[in-house]
Design a binder for this molecule. Structure first.
Ligand SMILES: O=C(CO)[C@H](O)[C@H](O)COP(=O)(O)O
Ligand SMILES: [Fe+2]
Length: 225
């Protein structure tokens, strides 16, 4: 166990384009130029009851922006698909623990392709069984809504899991990011930050604003006081 207190990570805002105008994605990306990364929700209508985009669209998005790309795969069989997203040059690829057959091997395959590896847990999936493999990851994503749709209400029942993850990550030196996704807005973000999250996905809170970059600045302002 690491006995020194790790210094807190600088909070990051990753807007999700799930609620952006899909007919104008390049323009929508230009409206979040101050984001730390763009969060891209890939859904296959099997792991979740919704369908968004796949490799060809993500490849085009990659060419349309200089922002780092944070790919959230809500798909079956990430063991097969996730490495192909890594090969597009995405900053991070997140697969779901509930869908991965061999999460440790998959995290290593993502690293071998030069991408950060992240694993997501749905709200009802416990973290304890995954603590031993946290060191294989650059980021853990704790879903604060049931995955599948934007615009849902933040689930406070995930807060104890965020606290547990924070303790485990700090024991490992604090380098692993703790991301939350779902229902993040000006009313909920501080509760998640106080519990230990440091990377915040916000979809509707950013894209329902007239000026998405201003909405990012407002969320950042709440975090930095
Ligand atoms: O993964 C997701 C849904 O499964 C989205 O990233 C998330 O819902 C963002 O949208 P909002 O901030 O509106 O909840
Ligand atoms: Fe997401």
């Amino acid at each position: 166990m690491n006995t020194s207190t790790p210094s807190p990570r600088t909070p990051c805002i990753h807007p999700s384009i799930l609620n952006a105008d899909f007919a104008n994605l390049a323009r929508e990306l230009s409206r979040i130029s101050t984001a730390d990364a763009v969060h891209v929700d890939v859904m296959d209508n099997h792991f979740v009851p919704n369908l968004t985009m796949g490799l060809p669209v993500v490849e085009s998005l990659r060419k349309a922006t200089d922002l780092p790309m944070d790919i959230h795969l809500m798909i079956e069989d990430p063991d097969q698909w996730a490495p192909q997203y890594a090969e597009l040059g995405c900053e991070s690829v997140t697969f779901h623990a509930e869908a991965a057959k061999a999460p440790v091997r998959l995290a290593r395959e993502l690293h071998a392709r030069g991408t950060k590896a992240a694993m997501a847990l749905k709200p009802a999936t416990g973290i304890d069984q995954y603590l031993d493999m946290l060191g294989e990851l650059d980021m853990v994503l704790l879903m604060t809504v049931e995955p599948g749709f934007g615009g849902q209400a933040f689930l406070d029942l995930v807060l104890p899991k965020i606290r547990r993850a924070r303790r485990a990550v700090d024991d490992l030196g604090g380098e692993i990011a703790i991301q939350i996704d779902g229902g993040v807005n000006a009313e909920t973000i501080l509760r998640a930050a106080e519990a230990g999250a440091d990377t915040f996905v916000a979809g509707s809170a950013v894209y329902s604003a007239e000026d998405p970059d201003a909405a990012i600045a407002d969320l950042r302002g709440l975090l930095t006081g």
